[in-house]
Design a protein around this ligand. Sequence first.
Ligand SMILES: O=C([O-])CC(=O)C(=O)O
Ligand SMILES: [Mg+2]
Length: 263
Amino acid sequence: MNFEYIKTARKVICIGRNYAAHIKELNNKVPKQPFFFLKPTSSIITPISADYPCKQLPDKSSFNGFNSDGSNPGNILIPNGTIVHHETELAVVMDKYVSNELSTSISNENVWDYIRGVSLALDLTARNVQDEAKKKGLPWSIGKGFDTFLPISGYIPKETLLKTTKSADLQNSFRLKCYVNGELRQDGTTDLMLNPLPKIIQHISTMITLEPGDIVLTGTPSGVGEIHNGDVIVTELFLNDVKLTDMKYDCKERPGPYKYIET
Ligand SMILES: O=C([O-])CC(=O)C(=O)O
Ligand SMILES: [Mg+2]
């Protein structure tokens, strides 16, 4: 697995509410314009395996930088008092500076000129922290940005995608699955995105310039739900019927003094 790409991500930017069924399950409205939020790179973890053993962190620490190969093998940490939801998402890795693009200039055909490859991500969300922020007009940064809230897979270059499928229509060919303790919770396909990749990238570029290496999360399909200390989360990314990658994480209690208290 190649995690080198994580070192070049200067930001992680995410679209919210990009699948109709997910909007409905959380009783939200379809946005009139796409909207975005950021996740800090300090929230990134990568899977633990024989090749990538769990990092020994300094006392009390829940993030201490990336290994020289870009990995940060760790468990999902559940902060005290939070209700954490899994959101499995397709991530794309940018290959170019993209700034102030016109809506006519990025198409389904040329969008892959802007993208270096893809990976599989979990946009973990402290739903009660986010719900309070939504109600009070406060930022989502903490609900989305706790340490370990961005589990991410190794990188799949676009050349592999193009070799794996004969179809030129990559946008509509990915499938995402998420299991909690063996139970299938999410199973969605990227043809259901309300804003497809060209629109996501073009829109972001009109407000925030995308830089090579930046990671863009494309929104979650329906089926989000709670995860708790002791749960095992497995998520999978397919291109048509071919599994591109998967990830497995254990959930543990977050150490340290944080406890969710209403703002
Ligand atoms: O927290 C939310 O529901 C917004 C979001 O990230 C998504 O739709 O993927
Ligand atoms: Mg999300």
